[in-house]
Design a protein around this ligand. Structure first.
Ligand SMILES: [Zn+2]
Ligand SMILES: [Zn+2]
Length: 181
């Protein structure tokens, strides 16, 4: 499988039971659709923070067809943006995989941190968010601990890809417009 950005061969790694394909050149990472589905099906009480503010407003998601192709099926991916977070997720509607550019994890962390600093939140929500930031920024290098990794996968799946009905519809509409049904 080749990097959708630089075309070099992705390196397959395994974190616990999760398979990740990373680009040695741009540090982007490919998450298989199956891994995402599996992550979503697991429940974790630590993830209460996802029920609050973060990426909550469905109308603030923007989707756009991208020229970048899915490394797995070769069809054009769809870019998903949220408001002014500058987080961009490349998603393949066909296989439901996700591509994150190198540094995209950091942006997700930044947007969590910003919520924490700027919003006037009730104490318990603040605590949940703080916990989430700690999970994501822990002492271990990012991706080096499967817990961090699973957390991000679940967030992507739950909050962005299937937990959001308006977005799911927009993605489906784009898919209808493509020759791949
Ligand atoms: Zn690359
Ligand atoms: Zn695909």
């Amino acid at each position: 499988m080749k990097c959708p950005k630089c075309e070099v061969e992705l390196q397959t790694g395994r974190i616990d039971s999760v398979v990740v394909d990373e680009c040695p050149q741009c540090n982007g990472a490919w998450f298989d659709g199956g891994e995402l589905r599996e992550a979503k099906d697991q429940t974790d009480p630590d993830l209460n923070w996802m029920d609050f503010e973060l990426w909550m407003h469905q109308d603030r998601f923007k989707v756009a067809q991208k020229e970048r192709d899915c490394p797995e099926c070769g069809v054009g991916m769809v870019a998903v943006d949220y408001d002014d977070t500058r987080v961009e997720i490349d998603h393949c509607v066909l296989c439901e995989g996700v591509w994150l550019d190198g540094g995209e994890f950091q942006k997700i962390i930044d947007s969590l941190t910003e919520e924490l600093l700027t919003k006037d939140l009730p104490g318990y929500i603040r605590e949940s968010l703080k916990e989430a930031v700690e999970i994501l920024t822990g002492p271990e290098r990012l991706l080096s601990e499967w817990r961090d990794f699973r957390t991000v996968l679940r967030m992507l799946q739950y909050r962005v890809l299937t937990g959001n009905l308006a977005l799911a519809k927009a993605l489906a509409d784009i898919q209808k417009g493509s020759p791949f049904k």
